[in-house]
Write a protein that binds this ligand. Structure first.
Ligand code: O2Y
Ligand code: MN
Length: 614
């Protein structure tokens, strides 16, 4: 590709505003990628039905048994395209320092050159779908518009579930709205350079994958993958990486947080935003069935929250998405009945197993595996096969409004006022079941020091501790240390109205390696303590790790926990923690001068307090 075209794509802000700019951008991109057809998606039911019928006919989707799983489909990806590819995800800021040490960085022009070459002719023989979408309710105070160009009909039908998609968004653009451009190709053209036609495959993709973000021009380019966060660009690429960078510039927050509404037995309601690293059970927490009488938890979002200061001075949040892209394995009637009910119909499943009756199955759906299945790769499977029937990162894609626990204010245009912020992680040791931050700054320290042990659903070795500040390690579109500074400034602006901040850990293990806390619906007991703290009721003991429930303040009646279990849940071991502060120190050091002073002084304070405990 020539520099002339490069300049066309290296756009100014105005270039992504209004309809004329959109038409020109689509035409430019079509000239580059050379699709056979351009299809502007209207988001209608007819369009959805047609795309699903086409994909079923081509073998890209399998229609499930309509009686068992109405209006639902199974997609099987190629084994090399099963998850987000963090090592192929790039933040292409002009200055490498602005991407920071936790992001892969490439110089924008260098990346543009590579993308231009790879996208050239990449859609030949295929259809280019123009997919306009809104993140957040259309016209909402915190909402944003995007347009994805893609050659994947699977992405189109998934984006229709995950966002508000179609004609009404084009009307906003016609009226002059700004939109974020998101370009996506699976990178498998159906014509050779000489024009010969190639057969298609059920899951087209390319062995080379590039997920590139240009924060200055607010652009996303994704090449080579048809899967999840790599391809549904509205989600992680826009709603987190690009949106976090926009939020940094504009004074708001785009965070990897679930949102819930909690109603206590006395009828008071509270809204909580909770950040957990990937594979820590966010969807389970967001759809919790409380075990305590009188408590109600309703779902607002399970993955992403956009937050900003409202006119009343409080922090308000929306779920920018309209659907759930949840992990199937481990989801069962015992662990997440609301999710099981949500996916009873109208769901696209990816990489789960298929039963003989034409329904789906995965590990954890039922205690016993059916005798004969077709596994996620399309091979015959029995419980003796020895490999998982469903891929550990198998997913369901389903509309949020199908969830029985969805809150009536989940798509409120102004969002919901946040009463408490929670940071969590998967930690076998050290981190107590629940702790309260002393103040906002201490809460930012909780966020900055969030870490989690990796599970099979993520990249890298299982069990290894990975620092995942604010659960945003793979998702922060700019320098993570600047993100912490930004949080500190937001806290200053909120002042007295700032939500209280807590840290939780459902995953502590005892010396025998068993989980101590029952989790799931019993997590309401921790929420109850948090709510009691908000009301000024629950008793707290202040420790170096923050405020811990005083003995008796956390209701554990009926759980069968021994005194030793409670020690395991709340023990503050100064030696272990001093070792952890060394790890935090090493993390902080990678940010050099960008590290906010408040974070290094909080670390020094923690060390001092731990030394006193020795
Ligand atoms: O593997 C993927 O592409 C999906 S990643 C994902 C999907 C939904 C919610 N969260 C995540 C995540 O990795 O945090
Ligand atoms: Mn997530």
């Amino acid at each position: 590709m020539t520099d002339t075209v490069l300049t066309d794509f290296a756009t100014e802000e105005a270039a992504h505003t209004g309809r004329a700019a959109l038409d020109a951008w689509v035409a430019n991109f079509a000239a580059l990628t050379q699709p056979d057809v351009i299809l502007w998606c209207d988001g209608s039911e007819e369009e959805r039905a047609r795309l699903l019928a086409e994909m079923t006919a081509s073998g890209a989707l399998i229609a499930l048994n309509h009686d068992l799983r109405p209006d639902s489909y199974l997609a099987r990806s190629t084994p090399s395209d099963v998850a987000r590819v963090e090592d192929r995800t790039f933040i292409c800021s002009a200055d490498q320092e602005d991407a920071g040490p936790t992001n892969n960085w490439r110089a924008p022009n260098e990346m543009r050159r590579e993308l231009d070459a790879r996208f050239t002719g990449s859609m030949s023989g295929r259809t280019l779908y123009v997919v306009p979408f809104s993140m957040g309710p259309l016209g909402g105070a915190i909402s944003q518009i995007g347009v994805q160009l893609t050659d994947s009909p699977y992405v189109v039908v998934s984006t229709r579930i995950m966002t508000r998609m179609g004609r009404p968004i084009l009307h906003e653009i016609d009226a002059g709205a700004r939109w974020v451009p998101a370009l996506h190709t699976v990178g498998m053209p159906l014509c050779t350079p000489s024009g010969a036609r190639l057969p298609d495959v059920a899951w087209p993709s390319n062995e080379t994958k590039i997920i590139a973000h240009f924060p200055e021009t607010r652009e996303i380019w994704s090449y080579g993958s048809g899967y999840g966060g790599n391809a549904l660009l509205a989600k992680k690429c826009f709603a987190l990486r690009i949106a976090s960078s926009m939020a940094h510039e504009e004074g708001w927050l785009a965070e990897h947080m679930l949102l819930i509404k909690v109603t206590s037995p006395d009828g008071h309601t509270y809204h909580l935003a909770a950040a957990f690293p990937s594979a820590c059970g966010k969807t389970n927490f967001a759809m919790m069935s409380p075990t305590r009488p009188g408590w109600i938890v309703e779902t607002i979002g399970d993955d992403i929250a956009w937050l900003r200061r409202g006119e009343d001075g409080r922090l308000w949040a929306i779920n920018p998405e309209a659907g759930f892209f949840g992990v199937a394995p481990g989801t069962g009637a015992d662990t997440n009945p609301a999710a099981i009910s949500t996916i009873r119909s109208g769901t696209i499943f990816t990489n789960v197993a298929l039963t003989r009756e034409g329904d789906v199955w995965w590990e954890g759906l039922t205690p016993e595996a059916p005798r004969n299945l077709i596994d996620w790769q399309g091979k015959a499977w029995t419980p003796e096969t020895g490999t998982p029937a469903a891929h550990p990162n198998a997913r369901f894609t389903v509309a949020a409004d199908q969830c029985p626990t969805i809150s009536d204010d989940w798509d409120s245009r102004d969002g919901v006022p946040i009463d408490a912020i929670v940071f969590g992680g998967r930690r076998a040791t050290n981190v107590p079941l629940v702790a309260e931050a002393e103040d906002w700054e201490h809460g930012v320290f909780f966020g900055a020091t969030t870490s989690s042990e990796q599970t099979a659903a993520a990249e890298g070795p299982v069990g290894i501790l990975r620092h995942d500040p604010f659960a945003m390690l793979p998702f922060c579109g700019y320098n993570m240390a600047d993100h912490w500074t930004h949080w500190l400034r937001i806290g200053e602006a909120l002042g007295e109205n700032a939500p209280r901040i807590f840290r939780v850990n459902w995953f502590k293990k005892n010396a025998a390696g068993k989980y101590v806390w029952p989790g799931f619906g019993d997590n309401i007991r921790v929420v109850e303590w948090i709510v009691d703290r908000l009301q000024g009721a629950a008793a707290v003991d202040w420790t170096p790790l923050g405020g811990l429930p005083r003995t008796g303040a956390l209701d554990v009646a009926g759980l069968g926990l021994e005194d030793a279990d409670l020690v395991d849940l709340f023990d503050v071991d100064p030696e272990l923690w001093l070792a952890e502060t060394d790890q935090i120190d090493r993390l902080f050091a990678t940010f050099g001068e960008r590290l906010p002073l408040e974070m290094s002084s909080r670390l020094a304070q923690l060390r001092g307090r731990l030394e006193e405990l020795r």
